[in-house]
Ligand binder design. Structure first.
Ligand SMILES: [Fe+2]
Ligand SMILES: [Fe+2]
Length: 201
């Protein structure tokens, strides 16, 4: 099964597990920085790729079919920026030092808050409003995106402007509806990576 709602939920559970593993390593003495890095690096990459995958595949479709999609999406993109900020800050410091832990904590807090909200709002909305077949079709795309981008090296993981993102998706959706009026996902799939509306620093 490739239901996108369940795939996102499974990633969230994996994130919680990895942060708990960092807690476990932090409790050990002496501190094993290589072990910390072995948990953190894949976690940081996946946090980045997960957010962009949602922005490419999930949120445009939530905006199309969801009941309360606009505020849910605006919140989510802002949260993704906060998570990215923490992750990218951590990358500037040596694994295991105090500044690294502080940045990891910021990423975790932003992510914990966001996952709870996303599960309660956007995912719950999609469970109510999207058909099983549509969730499955998107899930296949989501899984393919994750396997094509095992690192974040070839995708743009910079912060984006939430309002600009929602406006851009709305424009694309209205163009798309003009063609068929149906729930097409092909145009977004074929278009490749969304032009990202960068947030002013
Ligand atoms: Fe998520
Ligand atoms: Fe998210």
């Amino acid at each position: 099964m490739a239901d996108i709602v369940e795939l996102i939920f499974e990633d969230h559970q994996w994130f919680r597990r990895q942060f708990a593993d960092l807690d476990e390593l932090r409790a050990q003495s002496p501190r094993d920085c290589a072990a910390l890095e072995a948990v953190w690096k894949p976690l940081a990459r996946r946090l980045d790729v997960h957010a962009v995958a949602e922005e490419e595949i999930f949120y445009p479709q939530l905006l199309r079919v969801g009941d309360d999609a606009r505020p849910e999406t605006l919140d989510a993109i802002g949260d993704h920026n906060d998570i990215r900020d923490g992750v990218h800050d951590a990358e500037k410091h040596a694994v295991g030092d105090a500044q690294w832990w502080a940045a990891v904590r910021r990423a975790r807090e932003a992510n914990d808050e966001h996952m709870a909200e996303e599960e309660r709002e956007g995912l719950a909305d999609f469970r109510r409003t999207a058909t099983a077949a549509f969730r499955d079709a998107l899930g296949r795309r989501f899984a393919a995106y994750l396997s094509e981008h095992r690192t974040a090296d070839d995708i743009d993981t910079s912060d984006i402007d939430p309002e600009g993102y929602v406006e851009e998706v709305a424009e694309e959706l209205s163009e798309d509806e003009g063609h068929t009026g149906s729930l097409r996902i092909g145009s977004m799939k074929d278009r490749g990576t969304r032009r990202r509306v960068h947030r002013d620093a």
